[in-house]
Ligand binder design. Structure first.
Ligand SMILES: Cc1ncc(C[n+]2csc(CCOP(=O)(O)OP(=O)(O)O)c2C)c(N)n1
Length: 328
C-alpha cells in the first residue's frame, strides 16, 4: 500500500494544470447534464468523482505513451489535449466529431489517434487485453512507450481483466492498470461483486506490483501513478493501482441511483468531491485563492456552454458518411 501524499511529487505549475483540467471536465459534465435535460443531447456517462485519479494518472504518462481509458474517462482525454469544442462535436454527433465522426453516444466508444487514445469501448473490460497487446507491441518493437489502462471495479469481475493483467504480468509489459473503484457497477455494490474489496491485493497473485490509493487525493494519486510509470519504463512490468473514489452522480443519465442508494449515501459521496478537496489543498499552500478557484470554475462553465452552442450549429454528417470506415 503506497499512499503517502508529498507536495513535491509535482511542481506548482503541474498541480495548477491538474486542477484546471478537473474544472474543465466538471464544466463539460455539468453542461451535458443540462443538455440532456433540455433534450438537446442524448446521454451522459458522468465522470464526477473520478476526475482526481483521471488527471493524475494521465499526467503521469507522456505524449508518446498510450491511453486506453474506460468510457467514463472524460478528464483523461482532456489531459491528452481534447478540447471542449471537440468533445461537444461528439456530444451533438456532428460531422467534424474527431472521436467517432458522430457515430457513437458521447464518450461511449471512440478513439483519437493524434492523442494516442486507443479505442474506448462500452463492452466492459474488453479494452484490458487490448492495452496489454499495445504494450506487447511496444516491447517487441523496442519502443519505450508505457500504456495506461483504466477501468471500473465491476470490470475486474470480467474474464478479460484476468486475461489482460495475467498476459501483461507474464511478459513484464509496460502497462499501468488503474481501477477507478467507485464501488458500484451500475446498481451492483462492491460487496456483491467481490469478497475482497481491495483490488490491488490481486496484484500479488499475478506477481506484479500493486498499490492502493485514495483516488480523491490528487497528489497521492499522482505519486502512485508516476511511480508505476517509472517502474514500467524501467522494464519492471505492470502495476495494478486501486484508486478508491465515490461516484457522485448516477451511473449514466439512463440510470436513477435513488432506486438503490440512500440519500445519506449520496450526500456522503458529494462530500468526497476530488475537485473541492484538491482546491482546498492548493488554497492551503497559497497556490490559489478560493476566489481564483471559483473564477476558474465559472470560466470553464462559460467555455463549456459556448462550446455546446458552437458545436450545435456545426454541420451534421451526410447520409453517405454512415458507410465510411466499415470493414463490411
Ligand atoms: C460485457 C458487458 N457487460 C455488461 C455491460 C453493461 N454495463 C455497462 S457499464 C456496467 C458497469 C461497469 O461498472 P464498473 O466497471 O465498475 O465501471 P463504472 O461504470 O462504475 O465506472 C455494466 C454492467 C456492458 N456494457 N458490457
Amino acid at each position: 500500500m503506497a499512499t503517502t501524499t508529498r507536495a513535491d511529487a509535482a511542481t506548482k505549475g503541474q498541480y495548477l494544470d491538474l486542477h484546471r483540467w478537473m474544472c474543465m471536465a466538471k464544466a463539460l459534465d455539468d453542461r451535458m447534464h443540462i443538455l440532456v435535460k433540455q433534450g438537446r443531447a442524448p446521454f451522459v456517462g458522468s465522470s464526477r468523482g473520478h476526475e482526481g485519479i483521471q488527471v493524475a494518472s494521465t499526467a503521469a504518462i507522456g505524449p508518446d505513451d498510450w491511453l486506453v481509458p474506460h468510457y467514463r474517462g472524460l478528464a483523461n482525454a482532456i489531459v491528452r489535449g481534447l478540447t471542449m469544442r471537440e468533445w461537444m462535436l461528439a456530444v451533438f454527433a456532428k460531422a467534424g466529431d474527431p472521436l467517432s465522426a458522430g457515430r457513437n453516444i458521447p464518450g461511449g466508444s471512440y478513439s483519437y489517434r493524434r492523442l494516442k487514445i486507443a479505442p474506448v469501448s462500452q463492452v466492459v473490460a474488453s479494452w484490458i487485453p487490448k492495452a496489454a497487446g499495445i504494450a506487447y507491441a511496444a516491447k517487441l518493437k523496442g519502443e519505450s512507450s508505457v500504456t495506461l489502462c483504466t477501468f471500473g471495479d465491476g470490470a475486474t469481475s470480467q474474464g478479460e481483466f484476468h486475461e489482460g493483467v495475467n498476459f501483461a504480468a507474464v511478459h513484464r509489459l509496460p502497462v499501468v492498470f488503474v481501477c477507478e473503484n467507485n464501488s458500484y457497477a451500475i446498481s451492483v455494490p462492491i460487496r456483491l461483486q467481490m469478497a475482497n474489496p481491495d483490488v490491488a491485493d490481486r496484484a500479488a497473485g499475478y506477481g506484479i506490483a500493486g498499490a492502493t490509493v485514495d483516488g480523491t487525493d490528487v497528489p497521492a494519486c499522482f505519486e502512485a501513478c508516476r511511480d508505476a510509470v517509472d517502474r514500467a519504463r524501467r522494464g519492471e512490468g505492470p502495476t495494478l493501482i486501486d484508486a478508491k473514489i465515490w461516484r457522485i452522480n448516477s451511473h449514466t443519465s439512463e440510470d436513477n441511483q435513488l432506486k438503490y442508494r440512500t440519500r445519506e449515501e449520496m450526500e456522503e459521496a458529494a462530500r468526497h468531491d476530488p475537485i473541492a478537496r484538491f482546491a482546498g489543498w492548493l488554497i492551503e499552500r497559497r497556490w490559489i485563492t478560493s476566489e481564483a478557484a471559483a473564477d476558474l470554475q465559472a470560466g470553464c462553465d462559460r467555455e463549456a456552454s459556448e462550446a455546446a452552442d458552437w458545436a450545435e450549429q456545426q454541420p451534421d454528417p451526410v447520409p453517405e458518411d454512415a458507410l465510411k470506415n466499415l470493414f463490411a
